[in-house]
Design a protein around this ligand. Structure first.
Ligand SMILES: [Zn+2]
Length: 317
């Protein structure tokens, strides 16, 4: 077990002194905060980990598309931690606009939060912290984030200004995440769900672990199956030549597509769970390589397919 996995396992077990905090999603720790802006929406961001754009489209999602049209966007980073950090600054995957000043794009992109949140957002109040959860909390929101990837464990700085933060027990726990969310009449909720069904090994909860794909012959990178949720997995064909045949790459890509379909079906429960005034954004933190240029995975690499992510958002009702 890697150091990171051991750390994550230790963090999943709540320490006695914190047990009451960890187990009180029904009675959240709520620091004093103002009454929220009138009519403010609940806001939920779902990041499908490692889901590249074409996998999402090929899955022909039935539920996600109820929110709106699926757009091709680009992540700012190629692996989980920087991508989520960026997201929580308030920068969602970008549209790679042509002939537009970055400052203009940032401004426009930030103002889109007005539609999502249904109140007049203030960039002036975002500075100097540049931290969306902190900003939303300061205007009266309750905040929560549930993560699948150990690099987003609760001890990391990404857990700042969240009332309820958890690293889930399994990498494919979108349904338990949905069931843990809480919504209140007196104040809106902001949630980020980082779900890992679409991350290698693209395993859904209904699939027995002994049928997961195994990458043999790779030392270090994918050595332990229990480390499958480590972020930034990237393997080159030279490290595992027998693994890199075209059929295997197609099979893995097909598994990611099936994982999208599973997550998409789970969205029905999300849509049934959230109150009426809830805006939802569904995207991915980065893409994945399935044999392009001899690589499998994502991480320290520059390739279009690692940046192309799906993006769909709207209000379900
Ligand atoms: Zn990721």
């Amino acid at each position: 077990m890697s150091l990171l996995s051991r750390l994550a396992a230790a963090l999943r077990a709540p320490a006695p002194a914190e047990a009451s905090l960890a187990a009180t999603s029904d009675a959240p720790v709520t620091p004093a905060r103002p009454a929220p802006p009138e009519g403010a929406n609940n806001y939920v961001i779902v990041t499908l980990d490692s889901c590249r754009f074409d996998s999402f489209v090929k899955a022909k999602p039935r539920f996600a598309t109820r929110l709106g049209e699926v757009q091709k966007r680009y992540s700012y980073a190629t692996w989980t931690a920087p991508s989520h950090y960026n997201l929580l600054i308030g920068l969602l995957p970008h549209a790679s606009p042509q002939n537009v000043y970055a400052s203009e794009y940032y401004k426009e992109d930030f103002l889109r939060f007005q539609e999502r949140l249904n109140f007049e957002v203030s960039f002036a109040k975002m500075v100097p912290n540049l931290w969306l959860p902190g900003y939303l909390r300061s205007v009266g929101y309750r905040t929560g984030m549930y993560a699948s990837m150990p690099v987003l464990n609760p001890a990391t700085p990404i857990n700042r200004d969240f009332d309820d933060y958890a690293l889930m027990d399994h990498h494919n726990d979108i349904v338990p995440m949905i069931r843990r969310m809480r919504f209140y009449e007196e104040r809106p909720s902001f949630y980020v769900l980082n779900t890992g069904e679409t991350h290698y090994p693209y395993a859904t909860p209904d699939e027995p672990e002994n049928s997961w794909p195994r990458i043999s012959g790779v030392n270090g990178v994918f050595k332990h199956l229990d480390d499958h949720v480590r972020a930034g997995n990237l393997v080159h064909a030279s490290e595992a030549p027998q693994f890199f045949d075209e059929a295997r790459m197609k099979e893995l890509h097909a598994r990611q597509i099936r994982a999208v379909q599973w997550v998409d079906r789970s969205l029905e429960e999300l849509f049934d769970t959230v109150p009426k005034n809830t805006y939802i954004t569904i995207t991915a933190d980065h893409g994945e390589l399935f044999g392009e240029r001899g690589y499998f995975g994502h991480g320290p690499i520059q390739h279009d397919k690692v940046f192309e992510v799906p993006f769909v958002e709207g209000q379900i009702r």
